[in-house]
Write a protein that binds this ligand. Sequence first.
Ligand SMILES: [Zn+2]
Length: 390
Amino acid sequence: MKKQLLVLLSVCFLLLSTVGFAEAAWQPELLVSLGTKSTTLRLSGNRPVVLKRLDNKKVVWKGKAKEFATLTFGDKGWELNGKKLRKADASTLELTVEDERNLAKLVSTYDNKSYRGALRLVPHKGSLQLINRVPVEEYLQGVVPEEMPAEWNPEAVKAQAVAARTYALRQRKRHAKEGFDVCATTHCQQYGGVAVERAAANQAIKATYGEVLQYRGALVDAMFHTDSGGMTENSEDVWGGRVDCLRAAKEVRTKTYPWEKNITAQKFSELLAKRGKNIGDLKKVELSPIKIGKAGRDRTISGRVKKVTFVGKRGMATMTGNDLRNMLGLKSTLFSMSLNRHVIFIQGYGWGHGLGMSQYGAKAYADSEHWDYQRILHHYYQGAELKKLY
Ligand SMILES: [Zn+2]
């Protein structure tokens, strides 16, 4: 009995020590493109740094904390503080820490812009492409406050942190052909580096360290949007394909984020004609009234528009909700549409594609229903499992 207790205690001790060690342990890295920059950059680090050639790892410069190096790339190759860098020519350089285990603690700066992790400088067609090599948790610090206000309910911000982490890891290699993983714009996820970091967002990231959403062992396509307007959507009704976990989910409140748009019938007919649908003067708009959470022949399960038929003097045209959204720049496809004399009135709710987590919806569940982030995530990503990846 005593022996068993001893074994149990030592197992507990082992577990505890690995948990304690986890924060400093391995985590994945991302190569984030910061875009193309001018060919002269002033570089520094918040701790001692080295500037290395990426091909042979040869150190070409060592700097103390906050010491600057001015690096120029021109016809003759690299110049460092006004002197030509021999043999470096057109090779990629990286500003990083001497000991890779300290990468997460490094803040690299170029021209007063700071990013956690290392900076890669890639000569590219007469200019420099800048790539930030950053551990995922440090990357998220520059992403989460860009995607959701950090002062929102901490449970909503934690849900956002898990969704952003899952999304980023799933997006990895999206730009592999261009030599990096993700870009720093909304195409992948908006990333602002150290300048946008907020203490409350950092806390949410830390509280969910390494946690991701998985389905049958694979990362979930953890999409999110600003506001569903009353109900999120099934993936096949937005992109055309069924995606596991992206199922229509109810909201605490409906008819949220109302918006309006008007367009003259003449202007609308012109837009249709430009798309090869010349129906002449518009006579009638056929779309059933909006009922959130109720499907119809022209509406999806959430009430979003599937299709609208336009009757003109010379013919008819049918358009999908998504095509209309793109053509008219509408906030969502959850709308009603009517023709009143010479003007089309469009009234809608929500902002975004309606897939995955609604950010305002997550806030509402956290604020008024006191849901924790796990419950919020399970609601918006049905069937997904929350797993600690590292
Ligand atoms: Zn991208």
